[in-house]
Design a protein around this ligand. Sequence first.
Ligand code: CAA
Length: 261
Amino acid sequence: MPAETSTEKIRVERKGAVAVFTIHRPEALNALSDELIAELLEKLEAADRDPEVRVHVLTGGPKVFAAGADIKGMANATAAEMNRKDPLGQWDRFSKLSKPLIAAVNGFALGGGCELAMNADLLIAGEDAVFGQPEILIGVMPGAGGTVRLPRLVGRLRAMELLLTGRRLPARVALEWGLVNAVVPSGQVLAEALRLASEIAAQPAEAVRQIKAAVREQLDMSVPQALPAERKRFYGLFDTADQKEGMAAFVEKRKPKFTGK
Ligand code: CAA
C-alpha cells in the first residue's frame, strides 16, 4: 500500500465523557487505508479502556464520511497477497469495543465507509448523506462486513439490491429502510450525535455496557441460547451501586444519582 503524506489521520477530541473521533484524510476523500484503520482502532481501543470515556462518536468530513477502502492502495494486489496480508482482518476489532459507538455521517459513506458506519451502535445522518456498497462497480464485493451487516439491518432483498447494483441510498431512504436512527440538517449531525451520546453517557455505565454486549452477542445466538444469556447479565447488574440507587430512587419517587459503579 502506498505511504501516506502525514501520519495522523484520526483526530480525537474529548467532550466530557464523550470521545469524538474525526477521520481526516481529505486529499483521498477519507479513503480508509490499512494505516488509517489501524490508527482509528488504536485510538478507539485506548478510549474504550479509559474509565472517563462513556461513549464514542465517529465522524468524517462535511462532504465525505469515507469513500471506502483505498482503491489505489489495493488495485494491483493479487488474491495470494490479499490472503497473506489479510488487510481487512483488523476490522473485526471494531465489534469488540465495549462502549456504544455512534456514527455521525455527512456526505458519502460508500463501500468501506458504509461498512465502517454499520459498525456503529447508533447512526445519525445528515440530509445530504449517501450510503452504498459500490464494490460491484469496480469488479469486487464488500470485504469489511457489507454482505453480513447490511442484510441484518435493512433485510435481505433491499441489501441485495444495493449490493448487486452498487446503487446509492440517500439519507431519507436509509432512514425508511432502518439503516440510520435519524436524519437531521447537515450542519447539525455532530451536535445531534453529541446530544445522543451525552444522554447515554449519563446512564448507569455497567447497564450500558451489558446492554451493548447482550445485543451484539445475541445476533450470533439462537433465541433459546440468547434468553438465558440475557438473564445472566440482568442478574449480574444487582451487584452494582447504580442498580441499588436506580431502584431506591424509583421507590422514593426521586431522580437517581448514578455513579457508574
Ligand atoms: N480510494 C482511493 N482514492 C479515492 C477513493 C477510494 N475509495 N475515493 C476517492 N478517491 C480519490 C480519487 O481517486 C480522487 O483522487 P485524485 O484527486 O488523485 O484523482 C479524489 O479522491 C477525489 O475523488 P473524485 O474525483 O472521484 O471525487 P468525486 O467528488 O467526483 O466523487 C465519490 C466522490 C463518489 C466518493 C467517488 O470518489 C467514488 O466513487 N469513490 C469510490 C467509492 C468506492 O468505490 N468505494 C468502495 C471501495 S472498495 C471497498 O470499500 C472494499 C471494502 O469492502 C472494504
